[in-house]
Design a protein around this ligand. Sequence first.
Ligand code: PEP
Length: 255
Amino acid sequence: MTPGIKPLVAGNWKMNGVLASLSELQLLNSGFSVELQSKIDMLVCVPASLLFPASDATKSSAVQIGAQDCHKNLSGAHTGDISVEMISDVGGSAVLVGHSERRTDHHETNAVVLEKAKTALAHGLQTVICIGETEAEKRVGTTLDVLKSQMAGSIPDAWEKGEMIVAYEPVWAIGSGLTPTAEDVRAAHKFMRDELVVRFGEQGAKTRLLYGGSVKPANAVELMSIKNVDGALVGGASLKAADFLGIAAAYETIA
Ligand code: PEP
């Protein structure tokens, strides 16, 4: 938590979900109580094929819909890609950039992520820039060096529209059931906060910093209570509304 920052609980369905999965969004709509809405924001980043139906299914609720990637260009000859305009055109208000699965599967460098982030922010999207160390990097004690260079390389120098959000996702914790110790999360988030404040001043002090990597209802209160953790980015446990709402419910108990 950070005083004055409204937490964001964001889901990432990855390459999961078909039209029948929209029933989970209906459950989120009804389970995201007015009281909880006053405490947190909720976002679900669905596959591109579900952006329109998911936006439609949540149009009268407070659940926001986002995409999992975008191209740096606004249009053109980029087979298979999706533009920021396409995302917002069908009701998406957010996008993930630089998720570790994109960095690994699609060889996305910090420079590529930076260009995507600039385009998404300029288009007014909430832009979640994902960073995090690999298991090998953690083992040799370079976690904070990795975060420093990913932040320097992937976060734009300035933006006038949109909202820049940073998600710390240790690669080894994603989908593994493993999580860093609370002390390691605290240290990483303090480091990110300090870096942002040095670079952006008050804007950096207000930037939402999410933790991602095997967040589930059972560990959400502990992880979300850590200083400078302003919400979660949730993969596997976002696929079932009951689990995702269970994570969001952590904020009913966190003061
Ligand atoms: C993710 O995909 O961003 C993620 C954190 O996955 P999981 O929650 O399944 O570890």
